[in-house]
Design a protein around this ligand. Structure first.
Ligand code: F6R
Length: 596
């Protein structure tokens, strides 16, 4: 059982405001749950973590319905404590179901939407666990991945999936459910990714899968390529620092997979060259950091491929009245492949007849399953809640795709493509140079983190770098930070600037450099504290900056976001560390946002 708690701890990045465990002990359901982190729970249950508990479900929560307190933590029980359930997702019709169940005499112990599921199972149970779950899922609207145990069936663990990830792990004389691969890695690499509308019944030695309409289905066992160590800290103080440092390796792997002998090839792209050749418009959608990666891509897709590129956050995109023309492509970007808004955006776009290409870091994820084509990012498991290596892997993969597309469309010459590929192949080494400056970045971050708020300014392709720099800083250090296109500053945000504010100016020597220098002058004239991300050998902007991190100058100015990102990630990391924040698990956040 303690191994199961370790497994849960490997999923703590998905939510960490409360947690709990339910298991079968001496014919009864044992339940322990509490607000706070898994280590606190581990202490409380250490006397129960014996081998007497052979079957259990565990959950770590990111609150949607009801505060993160003991009552609302999962697992949840029915009135007679015959069943226990853990649930990810949202039951949209829970209020109606709850009223009906209360009317029929059920007693509720929490404010959650989840609790209706276990009361429905109780209501429908007439001796068959499977039948009770089938009848229950038919009543539910919304998204769910559930795992249920019952004291009537001490040999069975049963789960169902609709819209939230659920994976079956197949071990030796033991089987598992998990919502993500890292939890399973210490036990097994053999997995079945359940599809929406599927139920699985696990016993020690068997896995049976059937549809919500009770039709038996074949198991589709896949082998996971990741190693258990890929999801560990490997001596780093935080996952975030480890992941920042992994970026050069990730880019090297990506380059060698997708560019062999100077030829670009994407094995899972699945689009015919004739389709790609005629693309005129690309819509891009994603959330958070992945949205910023898409924003960077918008600039170079337009520049290299002669297409119109439009970007929107998925939460807005899914509700827009889109004017999709035949041949338009949607690019969605997601580390987890489970972000609810991004998935909904894909579904909507495809429903209207468009094709979707996903840039995704998790094979077997919902996004991968639901897209027409895939470019798999090779970042490996990203555990720190703040996305770092996934971001640069997304941008890098998209650069390669843009060059491939430009080759097909003949919007760039072979020589132009080759020159950019050459420079892309060197980015990993340039990133290493920036990583080697971590002591310098730490000193600047310590000094600047005392300032009350931050403005991140950039122009052109580094405007999204400014957005991402601000997001990284605010999400892990809680210092208010805004990203702005530098040219917009005088239309409002300049009012913020005084000697107590910090302004991060991203000003590599590109076609907008002189404009950035003027903006920096404006900041300095108002006594703002300037931290510049500038090229080696910079003269003018350096004179206006209180502190500088130098990055290599690139011939192709469109590639600089891959270097700027590393400097700003380190800066956010050290600022948060100096303040003493919980870097890998910042407050109120969860790694994978599987609800709208
Ligand atoms: C920020 C961060 C989030 C995610 C966003 C999308 O550091 O990690 O903003 O980028 O929630 O998640 P994915 O990429 O999994 O779709």
């Amino acid at each position: 059982m303690s191994a199961l708690v370790d497994g849960l701890a490997r999923l703590e990045y998905r939510g960490y405001d409360s947690c709990g465990i339910a298991g079968l002990e001496n014919g009864k359901i044992f339940l322990k749950k509490r607000p706070g982190k898994i280590n606190q729970l581990r202490e409380e249950i250490k006397n129960h973590l014996s081998d007497k508990l052979l079957l259990g479900i565990l959950h770590t929560r990111w609150a949607t319905h009801g505060k993160p307190n003991q009552a609302n933590a999962h697992p949840h029980l029915d009135c007679h404590h015959d069943f226990a359930i853990a649930h990810n997702g949202i039951i949209e019709n829970y209020l109606k179901l709850k009223d009906e169940l209360i009317g029929a005499g059920h007693k509720f112990a929490s404010e959650t939407d989840t609790e209706v599921i276990v009361h429905l199972i109780e209501k429908f149970y007439k001796g068959s666990f499977e039948e009770a779950l089938i009848k229950t899922v038919a009543k539910l609207e919304g998204s769910f991945a559930v795992a249920v145990i019952s004291r009537y069936h001490p040999e069975k663990l049963i789960g169902a999936r609709k819209g939230s990830p659920l994976i079956v792990g197949i071990g030796k004389n033991e089987n598992f459910f998990a919502s993500d691969i890292p939890a399973l890695l210490p036990f097994t690499k053999k997995v079945i990714y359940l599809n929406d509308g599927e139920i699985a019944v696990l016993t020690r030695n068997n896995v049976n899968i059937f549809s919500f309409s009770a039709k038996p289905l074949k198991s589709r066992i896949e082998k996971v390529k990741l190693k258990a160590e890929d999801a560990q800290k490997k001596g780093y103080e935080h996952f975030m620092l480890k992941e920042i440092n992994e970026q050069p390796e990730v880019l090297k792997k990506t380059f060698s997979l997708y560019c062999k002998n100077n030829k670009l090839n994407f094995p899972d792209l699945s689009f015919r060259p004739s389709y790609l050749k005629n693309i005129k418009k690309i819509f891009i959608t994603a959330c958070g950091t992945a949205y910023h990666a898409g924003y960077v891509a918008k600039y170079f897709l337009e520049q290299y491929c002669g297409v119109d590129a439009e970007i929107d956050t998925s939460s807005e995109f899914r509700y827009r009245k889109l004017n999709i023309k035949q041949g338009d492509l949607l690019i969605t970007i997601s580390q987890s492949g489970e972000t609810a808004d991004t998935l909904a955006a894909v579904r909507e776009f495809r429903r209207k007849g468009g094709k979707a290409l996903s840039i995704c870091n998790v094979l077997g994820s919902s996004l991968v399953k639901e897209s027409d084509g895939l470019i798999y990012t090779l970042a490996g498991p990203e555990i720190g809640v703040a996305s770092t290596k996934a971001y640069t892997a997304q941008i890098f993969s998209l650069y390669l795709f843009a060059l491939y597309l430009a080759g097909i469309k003949k919007s760039l010459t072979k020589n132009q493509i080759q020159a950019t590929l050459n420079e892309l192949s060197k980015i990993a080494d340039y990133q290493k140079e920036i990583l080697d400056k971590c002591v310098q970045v730490q000193r600047i971050a310590n000094k600047f983190s005392k300032l009350g708020s931050f403005l991140f300014l950039g122009r052109g392709i580094n405007y999204p770098s400014a957005l991402e720099g601000a997001l990284k800083l605010k999400e892990i250090s809680y210092i208010p930070a805004e990203g702005y296109p530098a040219g917009e500053m005088k239309h409002g945000p300049i009012a913020l600037i005084d000697e107590y504010r910090a302004v991060v100016c991203i000003a590599p020597r590109d076609n907008l450099y002189e404009k950035m220098v003027s903006n920096m002058q404006e900041v300095k004239a108002r006594r703002g504290n300037v931290f510049g991300i500038l090229n080696y050998g910079d003269k003018e902007a350096s004179l206006l900056a209180d502190e500088v991190i130098h990055i290599p100058h690139l011939k192709n100015q469109f590639l600089s976001p891959l270097l700027v990102a590393v400097a700003l990630q380190l800066f956010a990391y050290y600022a948060a560390k100096h303040i003493g924040c919980d870097i890998d698990q910042p407050r109120n956040l969860a790694k994978s946002v599987t609800v709208e």
